[in-house]
Design a protein around this ligand. Structure first.
Ligand code: ASP
Ligand code: CP
Length: 307
């Protein structure tokens, strides 16, 4: 395996292997000195054309914990501002000798283009509304740590701005691969025109689902991707689809609440629920580092040992 561009690059066995390896790396991250020499000498570049807090820092932390050398590219202070295009930028970076490039871009398919231009391993860190495979992996790892390695039959609802969400696309496919059952919940204007081929049920009615769910996964309204106003108002959205304290009280006592971040507190999720005992939001972030260590190790594995 050279690149990770889509969650579908991993079949069910690959997924299980990646999640088990992530658990091993989670133990490494819990040590006093959470660092192993496994990828010493490898060079990893984070190439982010779109804003990020957790994915970027998580990848850079993961690479450092594997003893890689890490280079960080920021569009704002690069020659992109002098008109340099994506292809010239990545070929310039590749000419310095890099082993992996972690790409986030607002255009769907940008990481695939990058992969066709250079020899380094390419990891998709979120491309437009298309995919965010390491987010799906860290979500599956988080569920697995709560519910055990058999996630089949788990009832999951993904709620919110599905049409713009790369998180939803990757997660739906990942959940399907492990045998979980997903329902998408959104106003009609925030669903894709066609859901043909998506292994999901769909409803506009969150309230009727609440008592049956094992996992409630909230998405942010992607205001930066809204071409036309798809919502009457955020207040109305919260009233029908937000996880308010009152709605949370109608969940089963063991329903897990997840969100990829960043959150709009008070819009898709109440602050009290985000901080509450059912929330896995901080664990998702912690698990992200271990997952990204596993991905880098799998793609760049030098034959060194994990421990
Ligand atoms: N951080 C996630 C992403 O980049 C989710 C979001 O921004 O709402 O896709
Ligand atoms: N979940 C996620 O991708 O967060 P960032 O946009 O902060 O990286």
């Amino acid at each position: 395996m050279k690149n990770l561009l889509s969650i579908t690059d991993l079949d069910r066995d690959d997924l299980e292997t990646m999640l088990s390896l992530s658990e091993d790396f989670l133990h490494v991250t819990e040590r006093d000195i959470p660092k192993v020499p496994a990828l010493q000498g490898k060079v990893v570049v984070s190439l982010f054309y779109e804003d990020s807090t957790r994915t970027r820092i998580s990848f850079e932390t993961a690479a450092k914990r594997l003893s890689c050398d890490v280079m960080s590219f920021s569009v704002g202070s690069s020659s992109v501002n002098k008109g340099e295009g994506l292809r010239d930028t990545v070929q310039t970076i590749a000419a310095m000798g890099v082993d992996a490039v972690v790409v986030r871009h607002s255009a769907a398919g940008a990481p695939n283009r990058v992969a066709s231009w250079i020899d380094a391993s390419i990891i998709n860190a979120g491309d437009g509304s298309h995919e965010h495979p390491t987010q799906a992996l860290l979500d599956l790892l988080t569920l697995r740590r709560k519910r055990g390695s058999d996630l089949s039959g788990l009832r999951v609802a993904i709620v919110g701005d599905i049409v713009h969400s790369r998180v939803a696309r990757s997660l739906v496919l990942g959940l399907d691969a492990v045998g979980a059952h997903t329902t998408l919940v959104a106003p009609p204007t925030l669903l894709p025109d066609s859901l043909e081929g998506w292994p999901v049920d769909v409803t506009h009615d969150l309230d009727s689902l609440l008592p049956e769910l094992d996992v409630l996964y909230l998405l942010r309204i992607q205001r930066e991707r809204q071409s036309a106003s798809r919502l009457p108002s955020l207040r109305e959205y919260t009233a029908r689809w937000g996880l308010t304290v009152e709605r949370a009280s109608r969940l089963k006592p063991d329903t897990l609440v997840m969100h990829p971040g960043p959150m709009n507190r008070g819009v898709e999720i109440a602050a009290e629920v985000a901080e509450g005992p059912a929330s896995l939001i901080k664990e998702q972030v912690t698990n992200g580092v271990a997952v990204r260590m596993a991905v880098l190790y799998t793609l760049l594995g030098s034959g060194g040992t994990v421990a």
